[in-house]
Design a protein. Structure first.
Length: 317
């Protein structure tokens, strides 16, 4: 009981130590009940912030909750995608906010969880981006810490069947860093876009979301850009719940959007020759493996042009 009271007091005082906290949520035909549930989470949080609701829907949402004094509703002129939607809010706050949450509307969290994340960020100034522990509504862990993908990672993940299924499972487990147990703080080169906490200083340095990515690849791109300059951290000391829809597994149109944006991603960063991918993946694997005592500059000697599986194999050698 005493520990809980101390934690509540510490989390409640977080606002006194930072220079502005903001959040943005991008909506697209989002059910009103889902929006209302998320607003309730923010209302009950031990953290004071300004929330920007960016509506990319064909028709504007009509919730009266948008008129709350701490909520700003932005109606986008056209749907240019998830990252572009968050950018509408980020451009307004970039010089006025120290920390910014960017998240899906299908998220929920307890009263102390946001403050726990902000407190960790204030105590660790080298961290530019954070993702907390993420679970399904039934409490099952979602494996959202990933290595930077090679083309084979994404192809095997979706299309490997029959004799290739075992290879898919092994490679997929390595790609999602499952051997870590997800029970410790980890430096990860690819954190899920469902929930991102940014240090705005990092965004001013590396830039906002790349609006060439309509959806699905924007989180890979922005995490690796921040990872090149700051730590990008998985922090299991705070937990959120994510109603993961996996639309691209249910809709042919969503699958096409996903595929096209992944093509754009590899066109930008390299399909098979991506030295930075090799560097970041090898370092991430070393940090979570038995040879964890690796300096942050270990990438300088990394071999060039390896696939993700090559990095996995060499780290286990």
């Amino acid at each position: 009981m005493e520990r809980g009271s101390t934690l509540l007091k510490e989390c409640s005082s977080v606002n006194e130590t930072v220079n502005g906290i903001t959040a943005s949520v991008v909506l697209y035909n989002t059910p009103e009940a889902q929006i209302a549930r998320l607003l309730d989470c923010f209302r009950e949080a031990s953290l004071q912030l300004r929330l920007y609701l960016v509506d990319n829907s064909p028709e504007p949402a009509g919730l009266t909750s948008f008129h709350l004094p701490w909520v700003t509703y932005i109606r986008s002129a056209t749907n240019r995608g998830y990252g572009a939607g968050h950018n509408l809010a980020l451009r307004r706050i970039l010089d006025a906010s120290e920390f910014h949450f960017a998240m899906n509307p299908d998220i929920r969290f307890g009263p102390l969880e946001l403050a726990k994340m902000i407190r960790f960020m204030t105590e660790n100034p080298a961290v530019g981006q954070l993702m907390p522990r993420v679970t399904d509504p039934d409490g099952e862990l979602q494996y959202l810490c990933k290595l930077l993908p090679a083309p084979a990672d994404l192809l095997l993940r979706r299309f490997a069947f029959g004799p290739f299924a075992n290879r898919r499972r092994g490679r997929h487990g390595a790609f999602e860093l499952r051997s870590s147990g997800y029970d410790r703080i980890m430096d990860v080169p690819f954190l899920s876009g469902c929930f991102m906490l940014f240090r705005t200083q990092a965004l001013r340095r590396v830039g906002l979301f790349d609006e060439r990515f309509f959806m699905y690849a924007e989180d890979i791109d922005i995490t690796r850009r921040i990872h090149a300059e700051y730590r990008t951290v998985y922090y299991p000391g705070a937990t959120i719940v994510h109603d993961h829809a996996r639309d691209s597994y249910k809709s042919a149109r969503a699958l096409m959007v996903h595929a096209w944006n992944i093509v754009r991603y590899f066109n930008k960063w390299g399909w098979f020759h991506d030295p930075q991918r090799t560097c970041f993946n090898r370092e991430a694997l070393r940090l979570i493996g038995p040879t964890a005592l690796v300096a942050s500059g270990a990438c300088a000697g990394s071999p060039q042009g390896e696939s993700t599986q090559d990095a996995v194999d060499s780290s286990n050698a």
